[in-house]
Design a binder for this molecule. Sequence first.
Ligand SMILES: Nc1ncnc2c1ncn2[C@@H]1O[C@H](COP(=O)(O)OP(=O)(O)OP(=O)(O)O)[C@@H](O)[C@H]1O
Length: 338
Amino acid sequence: MDSDGSGFIELDGIEKVFDVRRKAGLLRRERHQVRAVDGISFSVARGEMVGYIGPNGAGKSTTIKMLTGILTPSAGRLRVAGIDPSRERTRLARRIGVVFGQRTTLWWDLPLIDSYRLVHRMYRIPDKRYRENLERCVELLELGELLDVPVRQLSLGQRMRGDIAAALLHDPEVLYLDEPTIGLDVISKARVREFLRDLNAQSRTTVLLTTHDLTDIEQLCARVMVIDHGRLVYDGALAGLHEVGESERTLVVDLERELPPVELPGARVVKVEGPRQWLAFPAAASAAPLVARIAAEYPLMDLSVREPDIESVIAKMLSRRKVPDPAVSEEVAERSAL
Ligand SMILES: Nc1ncnc2c1ncn2[C@@H]1O[C@H](COP(=O)(O)OP(=O)(O)OP(=O)(O)O)[C@@H](O)[C@H]1O
């Protein structure tokens, strides 16, 4: 809860309807409405780090655009840090930061440092604060050698780190991240996640994260909200999402030689190829006991754990929700009522 007792980000019955014109013949166009967000209510406390996920076209970007004030809701009440975003967009801009993985907010032809100087002036950041924040970002995001490089010459991972720094120079209290690890290699992803984790822990920055990468959620967000067809269909822990969807992780086991399918309680062999076997087990369960038993009972060479992808977890959850799950509905209702 925020100092006034409400959430830091508050949505109450938010809707967004787009009027679109569609071709209906050679010259005729029909008016048609798209209900992109259909009555969403949730509350995020200051300092929370929340995953906001859903299938393509679910309404995630539309929600984020309303939270930043770019779009005005068609109905409902929305507050970020006590501010109505669409009415006071400029005032809110000083308190939020936005990073889009697919686009850059940096000036393409300028050296990285020049973008930061422009941000310094645009946001009228006091000089001392700007210098301190820049120094901290340069150190933690390892940008030192990149400051004089034109943005167009940066790799995707370097540019992403550059973008994150640009979004943080004015000390935002809320950070919206849209696919911050998309297209990055394993090391760059790990670096970005570590930075975000530290930022959230140390500065209590509230983070809303949209991603298609389940590992982002797993490593960063204690809470995840799932949106589908403009409605909030799940709000809770990632483990709960796995349970609702009965999703599975896969243990890929390399044995010393070809053997009959491994027999272990809590796991089932789904594929065998020579000495390699694939064992599925509930995603909400720990892999540790399985790993220990395989290592003790089988001639083991190597193993790895594969996470299910976010789309399949959501798809499974949605297919199981055709008959509404009272536990989920209750949880969503409880969260919304907070
Ligand atoms: N400006 C607009 N005019 C008309 N329809 C729109 C507009 N913006 C979004 N939509 C529609 O609203 C729905 C939700 O779109 P939105 O971009 O919010 O989804 P998303 O969850 O962010 O999807 P993705 O994961 O693909 O980015 C879609 O049907 C989309 O076509």
